[in-house]
Design a protein around this ligand. Structure first.
Ligand code: GDP
Length: 195
């Protein structure tokens, strides 16, 4: 998809604040610093559509980005903040659980993991949780330019094994630097969003 126009339309915490236009939505999840902003920027051909790496401890919201008049990307705030309080974590958990389990427009979730490492316990939990709710998942392994090509297959196996990856889901190696994987990610998005 060729994207020219993207705008942040809504920062929401509760369902009453979600957009009401009814476009399909694709959510992006992953721990902070995994490369979520970078991936989004590549998908929408922008150098920067928003800040990269939100600060730990700041108010966390679901950010809805309208892509043309077609769909929304929903930036789900990163997990794995050590610094936030338990109460803050619980609020975050409730917010994303409500969104991910109750949002009819949600057509799929892109779950980002770092291509270089074994997925963290939180990556695994998120993947298992999304699977349980039968939400279509695309696992994107980011920063693949940081590992040599000869190790991509091995890393893919390590990641899939740790996640207990289900064959019905999809997996794509990605690099924001080389843009490798961009077209395949768009294909997956379009299939989920528009059938
Ligand atoms: P976010 O917190 O998940 O939004 O992560 P960012 O997109 O801000 O990326 C975190 C850091 O990783 C930044 O310094 C990026 O430049 C870097 N980064 C993200 N994606 C890639 C990638 O594909 N390759 C490389 N080499 N660096 C990346």
């Amino acid at each position: 998809m060729e994207v020219n126009n993207v705008e942040l339309v809504m920062s929401a915490v509760s369902p009453t604040q979600y957009p009401t236009t009814g476009y399909p939505e694709i959510a992006l999840v992953g721990r902070s610093n995994v490369g979520k902003s970078s991936l989004t920027n590549v998908l929408i051909n922008r150098r920067s559509y928003a800040r990269t790496s939100s600060q730990p401890g700041k108010t966390q919201t679901l950010n809805f980005y309208k892509v043309e008049e077609d769909l929304y990307f929903v930036d789900v705030p990163g997990y794995g903040y050590a610094k936030v309080s338990r109460q803050e974590r619980e609020k975050w958990g409730e917010m994303i659980e409500t969104y991910l389990t109750q949002r009819e427009q949600l057509k799929g979730v892109i779950s980002l993991v770092d291509a270089r490492h074994e997925p963290s316990q939180e990556d695994v939990q998120m993947y298992q949780w999304l699977s349980y709710y039968e939400i279509p998942i695309l696992v994107v392994a980011t920063k693949s330019d940081k590992i040599v090509r000869g190790k991509w297959n091995k890393q893919e196996s390590i990641i899939k094994k740790k996640l207990e990856f289900d064959k019905k889901d999809s997996f794509i190696m990605f690099s924001a630097q080389t843009k490798m994987g961009k077209e395949d990610i768009w294909k997956w998005i379009e299939t989920q969003a528009f059938g």
